[in-house]
Structures are given as C-alpha cells and as structure tokens.
Write a protein that binds this ligand. Sequence first.
Ligand SMILES: [Zn+2]
Length: 374
Amino acid sequence: MSKLLDLSPWNFERYQRDQEWLQAALDGMDGTLADRISVLHAQQLAVGFIKDPLSDVKRCRLVHPTDRRLSFTTQYNPRRSQRSAGAGRREPPHGFKSVNNGCFLCQENIFWQQCGLEMGYKFDVNARAYFVWCNPFPLMRNHVTISSAIHEPQTWVEDTYEGSRLKSERIIQDLLSVVGLAPGYVGFYNGLGAGASIPGHLHYHLFERSPGHEPFPLEKVALRQSKEDIAPPFLVEPYPITSVYFRGEAELIREQAVNFLDEWTKVCGSSANLSANIIATQTIQRNASDSQQEFDLYFVPRNREYLISSGRVEVVGGLEALGEIAFSSEAEYQRLTAGEIDFDYVRRMLMSVEAPEAYTLIERNRSTLSFSRH
Ligand SMILES: [Zn+2]
C-alpha cells in the first residue's frame, strides 16, 4: 500500500510563517496598542475566526421607575448562544500534543484547537510578555483577551502573604499599563468565581467603547458623585453591588487599590473564597490641556461562593458589574420585551452576587474612603 502524503507539517509551517509575518507587520505599524488590536481584529474577522461581527445585537436601557438618572443597559445577541460550538477542537490531531489540559490560552494549543485560524499579537507590559487574542463571540466592539505568555493561575492568592501581595500588585499594575496603551478602551480582570472562564491562565478582557456610547451605569453614578465634589477613592452609591472608585495617576491608584485589595484579603478571611472584579480605563480628560494620564479604577469585592445570580444562567463578571447585562437566549429576549426583565430585576441580580463580607470591608475602611450624603 502506498504511503499517503501527510500535509499537517506543511500546514503548521505555513501557520507559523503567517503568524510571524503578522507579528512583524503589527510591530512595524504606527499607532498605539489600540490601533494594532483594530488591525488584528479586522484580520481575524476576515479569515472567519471571529464568528460574530455584532451586527445582530439589540440594545436597551432599563431605567429606574422614578429616578431617571439611574439605569442599566442590556444587550441581546442571539449569535452568542452558539458560542459553545466555537470552542474549538478538543483533541489534538496526529503529530500535535495538548499542553496544560488543553488550556485555551496556551499558545502551543491554539494552532490545533482553532485549526490555524486564530492568530495573536505578542507585546510586553512591565517587562512581562502578553498575547492579544480575539474573542470569537465578542460582547463588545474589538473585544479581546490579553493573556500572559506563560501558563500561570488567574488568582492573586498564593501560598504566602508576600506572594499574594506581589501577585496582586502585578495584576493591578499590568491592567493599568494595558489600558494606558489603549485609549478609548475598557479593561477588566475577573477573579475566580467572578466571571473568569479560564482559571488556570492569567488573563484580562479589553474592549473598545463604541462611538457615541454613553458611560456605563457604574461610571455614570461615580461621575455624578465626582461632580458633587466627593473625592476619590469613594464607595459608588447608590449602586446594587459594593464598588469602590479610584482615580488618579497610575502609581497612586495602583498603591491605593493594592492596599484596598489587601484589606479585602484580611476581611474575607477565607482565601479559598476571595475574589474580585477590577475594572480600569483611562480617565476622559476634561480639558485638552490635561497632559498627565489619569485612570479610573473600580474594585468590586467578590466571594467565589456567590458567582451566579438569581434569574440568569451565566456568571456575573466585570461587564455585568459595570451595569451592562448580555442576554443570548430567545426566552430571555421574550422576557425583556415583555418587561419582565426590568431595572429592579437587574438590581436584584447584582445584589444577589454581593460578597457577604463586603459590608464589613466598607465599614472598616470608612476613614480612607469618601462617602456621599446618601
Ligand atoms: Zn494556559
């Protein structure tokens, strides 16, 4: 019997060549990380890796029944209901091996899992290497995952106090640095049981604000408090889930946020339950003359035991904490249009994932936080 030709090595060489070419082209272009993400996103959409151009998304605002200044936003995207089908190949083909249990963020697996369609962009942040990978079923415009180039856990909790402190500093510092490279983008870190879908591999989410899109509900409340001359850091209120807002230069808020996270570690007690959503973005400059780069950072303390909310199947992560709720099933769409999913429904949804220790955290830190009159 004649031996059949095996073209898989040829496929893999071609993929590596294309990936190197793409990396060099993106490295060589003018502009910021945000511009490189736009180009990568366009390429990944054109080759069919991104399965959803977000063309079917319907958005809706759910307004408080009496106070029109308070609202949540929802998006209904039926295409996302197919996302489990886009998870990629589970078993490596002949000649390839799976590393770290087929982790979806390990570069060694990505070629065979995504059949050579998925390509990324490697860049350095604070002397650590990261990859940009596009999301095949995005939640927002240019929605990408920023993943560590090495396979390391998502949590900041380590065996020793010093180890945990160092890891939390790094997580916050790198998040701020990434959003510092991407003006107009929002980045967030989801801890374990707080929306992290891949617990074994450190990653962030990053997406671009849509042109003309109003600030997210959480941002709107914080912005109003800022206008009332309440100085950050402060507790965002009224808001259904405990969220603390920090604003300032990167170094200042990194220190404040790391100290706050340290307080959370002490209050939460059991490190097995400790988690958080940390959301960061560049502050929109009020005056064109403001040259110093400032950041907004929101810290949402979470407990891994309380990961799902009443009334919704999916876990609550950083986007939901911002006040934007994504639905993808037809049944949810019916309830949304029938008015059964309303402001109060989302309010209760967010309240139901509140960490039980969050109240103590805020009470203990009254001396360092500003409080409004509410
Ligand atoms: Zn991995």
